[in-house]
Write a protein that binds this ligand. Structure first.
Ligand code: SF4
Length: 355
């Protein structure tokens, strides 16, 4: 039987597990302390639990630390981990340095970009993760495991998390919600909800569901086009939930969360970098009081898209700033290591013959 990662268990799950074995409730608290505060790497080290209980834990669970197959790093200290899962599949997790967080602001906090699925079914035309299709959802334990493993490997504390790695997080809503609970809980990783950002390509009904989660997490929308015409070309999800439907769901989000939404916008030459798109984007951002992160495209092997030159990037940006939109250009760090998310995994899986 496949063992469950202990990192994916909530305090309530542990209480239930203890209950079923006739154990007192406080044992559950002891386990999460060993896992998240004392950071043990084996059940054997949980010395205030009986030998018998430790054996039972050993037979039902693994701790959930993920072995790192490759660790690439660039001169500016962005680090890309390639973690191996229990079934041999690979996922990418990226550590972004404290002075260059995901939206280009100086935050003084280390950010980790985590994956939510192996592969992705959404087939955005510019994305390496979508190239090999969808394999499976990550469990809550595998999501939390990326954060614990990155801290374990680097000895550094992660204080910001963005769900912008491989996969569409809102297509894995149940496991995502559970992972957010564990990451946020004071008995868990104790990460502030405002320091966790979930990014979606536009799954409107799931945005509305997530809006009801009583946690002040942040939302980023991978917009990449200001009109249906452009989004339809590069993001098939738009055919299911068009821009108007998406923006209706963002209104719901804002009613519940009363916080700023971020639009991520990858600038692709000749596709979405026209100044007409910039003007419509400015209007859309203003309507929601959203901020915009522009990300010049990074070439992906096997895909035809190119990044616009710097004057074209600046011209696009100028339209936004003139309209008083809070906007940044993320001339991204770390993209000298392996360009866009998903590429490292594709290379390794190809080399290992995993299909
Ligand atoms: S951009 Fe995101 S949603 Fe689109 S294919 Fe890539 S991983 Fe999936």
């Amino acid at each position: 039987m496949e063992k469950t990662p202990a990192f994916g268990m909530t305090l309530d799950d542990w209480i239930e597990w203890m209950n079923e074995r006739g154990q007192p409730k406080f044992r559950a608290k002891q386990i999460v302390e060993w896992l998240f505060s004392k950071r043990v790497t084996s059940f054997d080290e949980m010395t205030n639990l009986s030998r018998d209980l430790r054996n039972q834990l050993e037979s039902d669970f693994v701790i959930g630390l993920l072995p790192s197959v490759r660790l690439t790093g660039s001169k500016d200290t962005t680090r890309k981990f390639l973690f191996r899962l229990h079934d041999g599949r690979l996922i990418e997790t990226v550590k972004i340095p404290a002075n260059a967080n995901f939206d280009g602001e100086r935050s003084g906090r280390l950010t980790l970009c985590v994956s939510s699925q192996v592969g992705c079914a959404y087939d955005c035309k510019f994305c390496a993760s979508g190239l090999a299709g969808f394999t499976r959802n990550l469990s809550a334990g595998e999501i939390v495991g990326q954060v614990m493993s990155a801290e374990h490997e680097t000895g550094e504390t992660i204080r910001n998390i963005v769900f912008m790695g491989m996969g569409e997080p809102l297509a894995n809503l149940t496991n995502l919600t559970k992972a957010l609970t564990i990451l946020n809980a004071d008995w868990g990783m104790n990460l502030g909800a405002r320091h966790m950002t979930v990014s979606t390509s536009g799954l409107a009904p799931q945005v509305e569901k997530l809006a009801k989660l009583p946690m002040q997490i942040r939302l980023a929308i991978s917009l990449h086009g200001a009109t249906d015409e452009v989004r339809d070309q590069i993001m098939p999800v738009n055919k299911k939930y068009n821009i108007n439907r998406l923006f209706d769901s963002l209104q719901v989000w804002q009613r519940h969360k009363k916080q700023m939404i971020t639009f991520e916008y990858i600038l692709i030459e000749g596709v979405n970098d026209g100044l007409d798109q910039a003007a419509i984007l400015a209007k859309r951002a203003k309507s929601l009081h959203a901020k915009v992160n522009l990300i010049p495209y990074n070439t992906v092997e096997g895909l035809p898209w190119k990044r616009p030159d710097i004057p074209a990037q600046d011209a696009f940006m100028n339209v936004l700033t003139k309209a008083n939109i809070s906007a940044t250009i993320r001339r991204e760090k770390g993209h000298d290591i392996d360009a866009a998310c998903g590429q490292l995994r594709l290379q390794e899986e190809t080399a290992e013959g995993i299909s």
